[in-house]
Write a protein that binds this ligand. Structure first.
Ligand code: DAH
Length: 342
C-alpha cells in the first residue's frame, strides 16, 4: 500500500505541475479527491489490510489527501496570479505629467486604522501577512472545523467562482496557511477585505474589512489573549480601555468569546451608542480548537494558541465616529478625505 500511495502522489505531482487552466485544475481535483476519485478508491481498498496495516495506511492516506489539497490550492493561487499579471499588462500607461496636475489624494480611514493596528502588533513581535481574497472551501471552512453542511456556514454565504473557489467570508480563512507556513511558535496578523451575501443597511455591508491575529506557542492561555487585546486597544484609542469577555460560539475556537470594550463615548455609564449597557461588542476571539491546530500541522498536545477576528470596519467607525457603514464604499471623496491628507 505504501508504494501505491507514493506512486499515486508522484503521479499527481507530475500532473499538477502541468496545469494551465482552472478547468484542468478542477478535473484534476475530481480525479483525485472526488467521491469516485483515486484517494476514495484507496480508502475503499483499506478493508483488504490487517488492523495494523489499516491504521498505518489510513494515516498515510490522510497525509496524502492534505498534501494534494495543499498542492491544488498553491496551483490555484498561481493561476490567479498569472491571470492578474495578464490583466495588469493590458492596462494602458497614462501620461505621468497629467497625474501631477491633479490634487493629491488621502488615505481611506480603513487603511489608516489597519496601518495603526499593524504597527502596534509589529512592535509586539507579530509578523504582518498578506493573502489573496480568493480562497478555497478547505481554507475558508473545513480547516476551521466547519465541515460541509455545518449550520455555521449559513451565516457566511458568499460569492462563488466557477472554479469552486470563493471570496473570503472572514480572515480566519488564512489561519491554516499561516500555521503551515510557520509552525509553532508563531505570532501573526493578517488583514483583508471580506465578502458576504448580506443586505446592506447602516451597520451591514456585503464588503468589509477584518484583521485576524493568531499567536501559538507552548503554554498560551486566555490571559495572553486579554493582555494583547487590551494593549492594542488602549494604543488605538489612546486611553486605558477596559475589556470583558463573554462566551461566544465559533467552531474553530474552544472556548470562544465575544470581547467587549467599555463605551468610550459615555465612559461606561450608559448612553444611546452602547444601548445603555456601558459596553460595546468589538471582537470575537478564543483559544484555537485542537482540531484546527491539527489541520495546520501543529501538535495540540504540545501547543496552544489564541485567535481573534477584529472588525477593522467597525473599529474605524468607532475611532472616527462614522455612523453609516455604507460611507466606506460610497466613493464620497468629501467624506473620506477628512481624516488625513498625504
Ligand atoms: N471569523 C469569525 C467571523 O468572521 C470571527 C472570529 C471569531 C475570528 C472567533 C476568530 C475567533 O479568530 O477566534 O465571523
Amino acid at each position: 500500500m505504501d508504494n501505491i500511495i507514493k506512486e499515486l502522489y508522484d503521479d499527481f505531482i507530475g500532473k499538477v505541475q502541468s496545469v494551465t487552466s482552472f478547468d484542468n485544475l478542477e478535473k484534476l481535483r475530481i480525479e483525485y479527491l472526488g467521491k469516485k476519485g483515486k484517494v476514495s478508491q484507496l480508502m475503499r481498498d483499506l478493508h483488504k489490510l490487517s488492523v495494523e496495516g489499516k491504521k498505518n495506511a489510513g494515516q498515510l492516506i490522510n497525509k496524502l489527501k492534505s498534501a494534494i489539497q495543499e498542492n491544488l490550492s498553491v496551483c490555484a493561487e498561481h493561476l490567479v496570479a498569472t491571470e492578474y499579471d495578464r490583466c495588469i499588462a493590458d492596462v494602458p500607461i497614462y501620461d505621468e505629467s497629467l497625474i501631477v496636475e491633479k490634487p493629491l489624494g488621502s488615505y481611506h480611514p480603513i487603511t489608516l486604522i489597519q496601518r495603526t493596528v499593524e504597527e502596534i502588533f509589529r512592535s509586539m513581535g507579530f509578523t504582518i501577512e498578506d493573502y489573496p481574497e480568493i480562497v478555497d472551501d478547505f481554507n475558508c471552512f473545513q480547516a476551521l472545523n466547519i465541515p460541509e453542511f455545518h449550520p455555521a456556514r449559513d451565516m457566511q454565504d458568499t460569492y462563488y467562482l466557477s472554479t469552486g473557489q470563493l471570496l473570503k467570508t472572514h480572515t480566519s480563512a488564512v489561519q491554516n496557511h499561516i500555521m503551515r507556513k510557520y509552525g509553532s511558535p508563531l505570532r501573526a496578523v493578517f488583514s483583508s477585505r471580506c465578502f458576504r451575501n448580506e443586505s446592506t443597511d447602516a451597520s451591514h455591508e456585503n464588503t468589509f474589512f477584518q484583521m485576524e491575529g493568531i499567536m501559538i506557542d507552548k503554554g498560551i492561555s486566555i490571559s495572553n489573549l486579554i493582555y494583547f487585546m487590551k494593549t492594542m486597544l488602549s494604543e488605538v484609542f489612546k486611553c486605558n480601555v477596559l475589556v470583558r469577555l463573554r462566551p461566544g460560539f465559533f467552531p474553530f475556537v474552544e472556548p470562544g468569546f465575544e470581547l467587549d470594550i467599555n463605551c468610550l463615548i459615555c465612559g461606561g455609564k450608559g448612553c444611546p451608542s452602547c444601548k445603555g449597557s456601558g459596553w460595546l461588542e468589538l471582537c470575537p476571539c478564543g483559544m484555537i480548537h485542537p482540531k484546527v491546530l491539527e489541520y495546520g500541522e501543529i501538535d495540540p498536545e504540545e501547543n496552544s494558541g489564541f485567535a481573534f477576528g477584529l472588525g477593522l470596519t467597525r473599529l474605524s467607525m468607532m475611532k472616527y465616529g462614522i455612523k453609516d457603514i455604507r460611507t466606506f464604499n460610497s466613493c464620497d471623496l468629501k467624506a473620506m478625505s477628512q481624516f488625513t491628507n498625504l
